[in-house]
Ligand binder design. Structure first.
Ligand SMILES: [Zn+2]
Length: 404
């Protein structure tokens, strides 16, 4: 066998052994629960995320037995429920309904990072940004715009970089793929812009030569218009001279006018009049400023999900509270996201060590420890770090010297 194949096989065996051991012994396994498990399709993977699918289990006990015996690196299930979940092709399963799921997987590696920068192996700062985005998506879109109750949304860490949301209420079961896609498109703001050619943007220009040129959302509006009005209102209510300048109002005269009459401006905004400056109208005086402001606010607030997970019924999604084969972390269900740090709270292997030879130099902050390692230097690392490095193909597990 080629050397690469040998190390790939060693990787798989090392992880499978650790995972099977976790699934057989960890008390956390009690968290795994799949509603109406006997009507779900399952897929699992050892080499890839899904090596096989169209599998079904009659009970949670049977499923947990499979995890403990085989130690799959990845296990996922259908948000859809079927009369015959193991039947194939898909058409023969007879779909009974489908939960509504969302997958957030934004890459934050190019965002500003604190000292030390982005950690290419697994980055605590990126995970924090992902968590904050997930909390915002839950609050602003799922509960705010879509109207789900907090208790109707089950939130879990994906086990790698992102977060998953599951709504399993009766009302969502028969939503069409198109309706599901529209929810993703809405959150991603694909159709939303400050100004559009058809004048149906957030801001609308009046082109009849009257003094006032710019209209925007008013307080009775909903959706993205309301979001933008809230952003504008909060900004005008609190901005000082510096903030106004930073957001693009270069004229000192206009900044002074705004600061002298905040309340008047706020009242006008609430009525949809976005072109008002105290004292008199300056036609289009704030137009360029608001266009820039709204476009920046849209890109700050929009959340892009992996839409096919939501609308393609045939897609499988990670079973919450199982392990992720790219990290060895738990796809942990969370009641609250506040302060959640996956590299502390979602660590599966909280004791034990693993003997590995890293292929890169680096540092991991995992399980409350800082673990340093050097390329080519065999080292006995905390098991969580050893599993992470092997999972990420950044270390080769020791052969014939099994210390895990
Ligand atoms: Zn990062």
């Amino acid at each position: 066998m080629e050397k690469e194949q040998v190390s790939e096989q060693a990787r798989q065996e090392f992880l499978q052994r650790a995972f099977a051991n976790y699934y057989s012994t960890s008390p956390a396994i009690k968290m795994v629960s799949v509603p109406t498990i006997d009507s779900r399709e399952f897929g699992a993977g050892f080499e890839k995320k899904i090596d096989f699918r169209h599998k079904s289990f009659v009970s949670l006990a049977e499923f947990l037995g499979f995890l403990a015996r085989d130690g799959p690196l990845y296990v996922s299930y259908s948000t859809a429920r079927y009369r015959y979940p193991a039947a194939k092709p898909m058409g023969k399963k007879e779909c009974l309904g489908s939960d509504l799921a969302f997958d957030l997987d934004t890459n934050f590696s190019d965002r500003p990072h604190p000292t030390g920068g982005h950690n290419p192996i697994i980055c605590a700062h990126c995970l924090n940004l992902a968590r904050d985005e997930a909390a915002r998506f839950l609050d602003e879109f799922l509960c705010g715009d879509f109207g789900f109750k907090r208790s109707e949304v089950s939130t879990n860490f994906s086990g790698s970089k992102g977060f998953h949301f599951h709504v399993r209420t009766q009302e969502v079961q028969q939503l069409s793929p198109d309706a599901r896609k529209q929810l993703c498109d809405y959150a991603a703001a694909y159709e939303v812009a400050a100004i559009k050619d058809d004048n149906k943007g957030i801001l609308r220009e009046k082109r009849d030569g009257t003094a006032q040129e710019l209209w925007g959302p008013k307080s009775s509006d909903g959706g993205w218009g309301r979001k933008m009005l809230t952003q504008a209102t909060n900004f005008i209510a609190s901005a000082g001279d510096d903030e106004l300048k930073k957001e693009g109002i270069s004229s000192q005269k206009i900044r002074t006018q705004i600061l002298a009459a905040r309340q008047e401006l706020l009242n006008k905004l609430a009525q949809g009049d976005w072109d008002y400056l105290p004292g008199k109208y300056v036609a289009g005086g704030l137009k360029d400023f608001w266009i820039g402001f709204v476009n920046r606010a849209i890109s700050r607030i929009r959340v892009q999900t992996d839409a096919p997970v939501t609308f393609d019924r045939a897609r499988l999604i990670r079973v919450p509270d199982t392990l992720h084969g790219d990290t060895g972390l738990v796809a942990q269900t969370r009641q609250a996201l506040d302060g959640f740090e996956p590299l502390k709270s979602a660590v599966a292997f909280t004791s034990g060590v693993g003997l590995v030879t890293p292929t890169v130099d680096g540092t991991l902050e995992i399980g409350g420890q800082t673990v340093e390692f050097k390329a080519g230097m065999e080292a006995e690392l905390p098991l969580s770090a050893a599993v992470m490095l092997v999972a990420k193909r950044k270390a080769i597990p020791a052969q014939n010297r099994d210390r895990t």
